[in-house]
Design a protein around this ligand. Structure first.
Ligand SMILES: [Fe+2]
Length: 202
């Protein structure tokens, strides 16, 4: 530990807490903050989704959903987990702003600039995952939303993370995680949130 602290210029008499590390590497952050992509050049979630303003939006959505039918239930579970994680971004952002002592989120300091860029990037991840999963018609988004916003502190432990709706003709050869429902020919309407609980999903 002492070697690490000395290399970071902290000295032996300084406690190595998070603040020490943050301050020690701030010069490196300053040198690299220009790596953040300018707003007019960065990608946006819409770049990867059907264009619902286009004249052929129906064909685009149909192609999108046909492609999405090839996604396994296992991968859907992962994507839902990713989305829920991304959508916790306000918590991460608040705690990180506290770490760099930028309570207002407006500081011009290198760390603050970097964190704002990182937050914007992560927000796009969450937006894209949410829109993508919703458009597949294979995830019960209302069940996901209930999990993200439980009505009581203990409610989230009883509620399903997500329930794909029946829309895919893709054979399911593996068991489906608890909280998910396998695609059933002639089953519930694709893309329609049913609010079915994990208990009834099996
Ligand atoms: Fe992300």
């Amino acid at each position: 530990m002492s070697d690490v602290r000395e290399r970071a210029g902290l000295g032996r008499d300084v406690g190595a807490d998070h603040g020490d590390v943050i301050r020690a590497i701030e010069p490196a952050v300053k040198d690299n903050v220009d790596l953040l992509m300018p707003l007019d050049k960065t990608w946006q979630p819409s770049d990867y989704l059907p264009d619902l303003e286009a004249g052929d939006w129906r064909e685009q959505v149909e192609h999108f959903r046909t492609t999405a039918e090839t996604i396994s239930d296992d991968l859907l579970v992962v994507l839902v987990g990713d989305m829920v994680t991304e959508e916790a971004l306000p918590s991460y952002s608040m705690s990180l702003n506290g770490l760099v002592r930028d309570e207002e989120g407006t500081s011009p300091a290198p760390w603050s600039q970097w964190l704002r860029g990182w937050t914007a990037e992560e927000n796009r991840h969450g937006d894209l995952l949410n829109a993508y999963l919703r458009l597949t018609g294979r995830v019960n988004m209302r069940a996901v939303e209930r999990t993200v916003h439980p009505s009581s502190p203990t409610a989230s432990t009883r509620r399903p993370m997500a329930i794909p709706t029946a829309s895919s003709s893709t054979p399911r050869s593996r068991s489906v995680p608890r909280g998910f429902r396998t695609a059933t020919p002639g089953g519930s309407q694709p893309g329609k949130a049913t609010g079915t609980s994990a208990g009834s999903a099996g």
